[in-house]
Design a protein around this ligand. Structure first.
Ligand code: IMP
Length: 430
């Protein structure tokens, strides 16, 4: 039996991975974040207390679990310092935290560039979280990035910072007409923040490899979702990392088969923050009603999320790509009282039925979803843990989704609380 598992988002992020990860992290000995950065926002509610994570793996809530921020992530060091202070203030024990010395640092010029580029694109913008994620990963690929390890070599850090700042300031000032960033305050800010994270910095890949060699239970924690994956999402309206299970190997520093059993998380409907294709989006009142029912506002930016029907073409793509063996369906309770429910089962383009995703912008514009309608249900499902207590049409909805996707829905989430879960099958396989 596999001792590792990977949790990925099957849609455009915000599927409720935080809560699911929190539920499973207690069974794990090691939890690893392998991509993304402060753009992510995992929310976990324990006994009414809300914990919000941007960089730190949710497993930190369980004492004794080793929690790694892997080399494939990008770390906004001062923001991480604030996150750590907040968690400490909530009484969370951070002794299990490790931060990869190979992770790249997000610097204020990354955030400034993210913002300036978005502004320059106007209505054609990506709708990024403006956390500097894209520019930071771009520097990594350009081999000009600053890694966590560099923070602890002061002369080298100063030299890298100077070189990067000269280049970025030239772009910011001459191309985007914004103010240049100053070297000294930035140097001081990062030196201080580096001191704050120093106790946690380590070779996380080596630590995870050692845990695997000892047959420990390791959970890889994906952020965002497959449709935001740099290669396989709705490019260019994507994030800049590999948000699929394929990111595990490179981003955690392990062999490709270490990802183990893949659990894919999907809402019972679809949401998306930011711009880009969303074939099943509900516009106007129907979309607003779903947003209100699901309280669909971003955890990181507070932006209202776009809402729409579940899309089995999109989910099928995500399931195949990630090797998802078991589905986690979240927010089933939100659909209570909505009325009849539609699910996209195919797309039509130019009079032809298609069940794959277009690569080009025009392809997305020209397709129309083909829906099947299912009866809705009434009643408050929040907190239900027993499948037998679900209205029959809610049970049918879950079965319809798992049958069409060809994988079991092993967990169904019925509310924000940690315990609001219906277990229908083997989850991690630990
Ligand atoms: P970036 O990752 O900030 O560059 O944003 C790129 C796209 O990914 C935008 O559409 C964001 O709204 C979206 N995005 C990034 N992180 C998340 C997330 O954690 N949840 C949902 N959407 C996200």
């Amino acid at each position: 039996m596999s001792r590792t598992a990977t949790i990925v988002g099957l849609q455009w992020g915000d599927e409720g991975k935080g809560k699911i990860l929190d539920g499973l992290a207690g069974e794990a000995e090691v939890v690893v974040r392998y991509q993304g950065g402060g753009n992510a926002g995992h929310t976990v509610i324990v006994d009414g207390t809300k914990y919000v994570f941007h960089h730190v793996p949710t497993g930190i809530l369980y004492p004794g679990v080793l929690c790694a921020i892997g080399n494939g992530t990008v770390v906004d060091v001062p923001a991480l310092e604030v996150e750590l202070d907040e968690l400490r203030g909530q009484g969370v024990d951070l002794s299990g935290l490790r931060i990869s010395s190979r992770a790249h640092c997000v610097l204020p010029y990354h955030r400034a560039l993210d913002e300036a580029r978005e502004q320059a694109r106007g209505s054609a913008g990506i709708g990024t979280t403006k956390r500097g994620i894209g520019p930071c990963y771009a520097d990594k690929a350009s081999r000009t990035g600053i890694r966590v390890a560099d923070l602890f070599d002061p002369p080298r850090f100063a030299e890298l910072l100077r070189r990067n700042l000269d280049e970025k300031n030239a772009i910011l000032v001459h191309l985007y007409r914004t103010k240049p960033l100053e070297f000294e305050p930035l140097l001081d800010e990062y030196r201080r923040a580096a001191d704050a994270i120093a106790p946690y910095v380590d070779d996380t890949a080596a630590l995870v490899q050692a845990a695997l060699a000892q047959d420990k239970r390791v959970l890889f924690e994906g952020a965002q979702g497959v449709m935001l994956d740099l290669d396989h999402g709705t490019y260019p309206f994507v994030t800049s990392s590999s948000a699929s299970s394929a990111g595990v190997a490179a981003g955690a520093g392990v062999a490709p088969d270490a990802a183990g059993r893949v659990l894919g998380v999907s809402k019972a409907y679809t949401t998306r923050v930011g711009s880009g294709p969303f074939p099943t989006e509900l516009h106007g009142e129907p979309g607003e009603r779903l947003r209100a029912l699901g309280r669909e506002y971003g955890a990181t930016t507070g932006r209202p999320r776009r809402c729409g029907w579940l899309d089995l073409v999109q989910l099928g793509h995500a399931v195949r790509l990630t090797g998802t063996r078991a589905l986690v369906l979240t927010k089933l309770d939100t659909l209570s009282g909505y009325g009849p429910l539609k699910v996209a089962v195919a797309y039509e383009r130019g009079g032809r039925r298609i069940d794959t995703l277009p690569a080009d912008a025009r392809g997305w514009e020209e397709l129309t979803p083909v829906y099947e309608e299912l009866p809705g249900w009434e009643g408050d499902l929040v907190g239900t843990t027993d499948e037998a207590k679900l209205p029959p049409t809610a049970r049918d909805y879950v079965r319809f989704v798992e049958e069409r996707l060809g994988i079991p829905a092993v967990l169904v989430s019925t509310g924000p609380d940690r315990r609001a879960l219906i277990q229908r099958g083997e989850v991690t396989g630990f």
